[in-house]
Design a protein around this ligand. Structure first.
Ligand SMILES: Nc1nc2c(ncn2[C@@H]2O[C@H](COP(=O)(O)OP(=O)(O)OP(=O)(O)O)[C@@H](O)[C@H]2O)c(=O)[nH]1
Ligand SMILES: [Mg+2]
Length: 222
């Protein structure tokens, strides 16, 4: 067998598991968001800010993907939401079977919103459907404005791009207009949000987007 057919088989197996997950999340009326970005661009920090903004209003939970350590799940549990850590032991992305396994092991309870924080990587997680409603790509202002065109697949697949660490804009050269143009070319119907978990900029808009998407999902399934 060639490398291509092995990859096709893996992705076909993943697609079947993802379809089962999507049906399960539909039945549970849970909105599921798959967060993808480079290591350290601010996924867990954005989730912490989101929990602070939405806890009390919505039932939130998280599945955290990392190569090693329970640190990210611990950070979210500290804020009082159920969080399950998947350790990939080296793999640079989560797959749908791992998410199924996580949900079998750990009952996160009835949820309005489930966040899946993927392993920090801008490439590997892109082709793995996890049964999510949509993917979110994060790009921090310290990473450079050339990244959407250099890593086009994720910015084309993500319905939402979140620029993070906007508080650092005065200190770095990062042309926001350039990023907007690239993301717009790759995903014309996408949304781009500019946020800072530090100052709170954009967190209300991000929270509102999540609430709107949850309401739309429930409208469709009722
Ligand atoms: N200045 C500033 N720093 C931030 C912001 N958001 C996150 N950081 C910092 O960026 C670093 C990495 O943040 P994390 O949230 O752990 O990043 P991550 O994407 O979850 O990282 P991995 O899970 O390892 O892929 C931490 O030191 C955060 O404090 C922000 O809005 N502004
Ligand atoms: Mg993290």
């Amino acid at each position: 067998v060639t490398e291509v057919t092995v990859r096709q088989k893996i992705l076909a197996g993943n697609a079947a598991a993802a379809a089962a997950l999507r049906a399960r999340f539909h039945g549970a009326r849970t909105l599921v968001v798959n967060l993808i970005s480079s290591p350290g661009s601010g996924k867990t920090t954005l989730l912490e800010a989101t929990v602070r903004a939405l806890a009390g209003r919505l039932r939130l939970g998280a599945i955290e993907g990392d190569i090693a350590t329970e640190r990210d799940a611990d950070r979210l549990r500290r804020l009082g939401i159920p969080a399950h850590q998947i350790l990939t032991g080296g793999a640079c992305h989560l797959d749908a079977r791992q998410v199924q396994g996580a949900l079998e092991q750990h009952d996160l309870g009835p949820l309005d919103l489930l966040f899946i924080e993927n392993v920090g990587n801008l490439v590997c997680p892109t082709s793995y459907d996890l049964g999510e409603d949509f993917k979110v790509a994060l790009l921090s202002v310290t990473e450079g404005e050339d990244k959407p065109f250099k890593y086009p697949a994720i910015f084309a697949k993500a319905e939402v791009t979140v620029i993070t660490k906007a508080d650092l804009l005065p200190h770095v050269s990062f042309n926001l207009d350039e990023v907007r143009a690239q993301v717009d070319a790759l995903r014309p119907d996408g949304r781009l949000l500019v946020t800072s978990a530090m100052t709170g900029e954009g967190i209300a808009a991000w929270s509102m987007l999540l609430e709107e998407r949850l309401a739309a999902k429930r409208e469709r399934s009722s």
